[in-house]
Design a protein around this ligand. Structure first.
Ligand SMILES: C[S@@+](CC[C@H](N)C(=O)[O-])C[C@H]1O[C@@H](n2cnc3c(N)ncnc32)[C@H](O)[C@@H]1O
Length: 170
């Protein structure tokens, strides 16, 4: 049975049993620190994009309707440095909770996937593949001054290079 838990400051540690089949709602940077090490077989993250949309109103090419891009606080960072620090802290803590032969999937758009890939390599993750999600129904071309943004990239990686040899492909 799935249990939904709202993380509380007073809660210091989650046991493996509390984590299994649970959804824990909270700040990932804080919640992950309360998890035991090496407990997950697979991790999937879809982190903030840091889209940096222009402050002025964006109107679509030809039809001129207003673009409603992601404008939430969780996607706001003061600089690439702040964004990189967030991603680094997140991936650092994730690495700790991954089992030695666990894999990780990270999805992002061109706005951030290249930075994320570099940070992963710097942290010692070993990238196995990049997988391109080709969207069959992408957001239409907004301004008509570039190409339609119709893909996202997934990085599939292991914790470290040595361990990728332990993964057997049948
Ligand atoms: C790119 S969106 C992913 C959306 C998700 N895949 C979905 O389909 O709903 C990034 C998500 O990360 C969440 N988020 C941002 N910062 C977070 C943090 N520190 N801890 C936990 N979640 C966070 C945001 O609330 C947002 O839902």
């Amino acid at each position: 049975m799935k249990v939904i838990v709202i993380d509380q400051i007073e809660k210091q540690v989650y046991t493996k049993e509390e984590i299994l089949n649970s959804v824990i709602l909270g700040d990932a940077l804080k919640v992950l620190k309360k998890f035991p090490s090496e407990i997950f077989d697979m991790v999937f993250i879809d982190p903030p994009y840091f889209l940096q949309l222009p402050k002025k109103e964006l109107r679509r090419w030809k039809v001129k309707t207003i673009v409603q891009g992601v404008d939430d606080d969780w996607d706001k960072f003061s600089s690439f440095e702040e964004y990189d620090n967030f991603i680094r802290d997140l991936l650092h803590e994730i690495k700790r909770v991954m089992k030695p032969n666990a894999t990780i999937w990270v999805i992002a758009t061109y706005h951030s996937i290249f930075r994320i890939g570099k940070i992963m390599q710097d942290l010692g993750y070993w990238i196995l593949n990049d997988i391109i999600w080709v969207k069959t129904n992408p957001m239409p071309n907004w301004l008509g001054v570039g190409f339609t943004n119709a893909t996202e990239t997934l990085i599939w990686a292991v914790k470290d290079r040595g361990k990728c040899l332990d993964i057997s492909f049948v």
